[in-house]
Write a new protein. Structure first.
Length: 229
């Protein structure tokens, strides 16, 4: 009986370790196993599904096409020093307009598509109107994290991240991360809720609470592990 108990214990422990690894984005299931439908609200497995898209560019682009997203696939590019593109698309039209077209990895684009649809629901609830435009500060930049002279490359170095600075509403108001985050106002609540919603989709979500370098934007990426602050 003891060997059987030992084997059972090993199997249970392995299952727990695998589950944690999947949850923390350290291990990703193939995209074809559980493809998301971006036309539907994200469910409990949304984060798992989005991470799976990073394993298969063809399957990921098929998911974008089924969601009627207008996009252009771009060729892979190796720009040296660990920088470059792989499975990147340029979004031509999205659920909410951006101040500049977004060029990002396919899985990042899928997460953004779901996120934009969530933002309208949050804006209606908190502010009584929808989001007309999102101001983004960029997706690709060949640099280290926090633009440090040494250390690990940022997810921006592979177009796997985006920085969002402000939301322009259909009623003419603007909600700015720099001006409105942390305030006891409807705009402040919207930003808190938008930050929380992002944590359910993206792997890394950083804002003003993280450090002063993020005082004016939300950093969202689909990197190799999870962290929300």
């Amino acid at each position: 009986m003891r060997p059987l108990r030992a084997i059972s214990a090993v199997l249970v422990l392995s299952a727990i370790v695998a589950g944690v690894a999947v949850h923390e984005s350290l291990l990703r299931i193939p995209a074809r196993w559980l493809p998301p439908d971006l036309r539907q609200p994200p469910g409990m497995l949304a984060h798992l599904q989005l991470n799976g898209l990073s394993t298969d560019g063809v399957a990921c682009r098929a998911v974008l096409a089924r969601a009627d997203l207008k996009f252009t696939p771009l060729p892979d590019r190796d720009l040296g020093k660990g920088c470059g593109f792989k499975d990147v698309v340029r979004t031509e039209a999205s659920p909410i307009a951006f101040n500049a077209r977004v060029t990002a990895t396919c899985s990042m684009t899928a997460a953004l598509t779901w996120y934009q649809r969530m933002l309208d629901e949050i804006a209606l609830r908190d502010l009584g109107t929808k989001v007309a435009r999102i101001d983004q500060l960029g997706t690709y930049s060949c640099r280290n994290i926090n633009s440090a002279t040494s250390g690990s490359l940022s997810q921006h170095a592979t177009a796997n991240a985006i920085d969002i600075a402000a939301f322009h509403l259909e009623d003419g108001r603007t909600v700015s991360v720099l001006a409105d985050y942390g305030k006891p106002t409807a705009a402040g609540k919207f930003l808190d809720d938008a930050h929380e919603a992002a944590c359910g989709l993206f792997n890394i979500v950083l804002g003003p609470r993280f450090n002063r370098l993020h005082a004016n934007h939300f950093h969202l990426d689909m990197g190799p592990f999870r962290f929300c602050r």
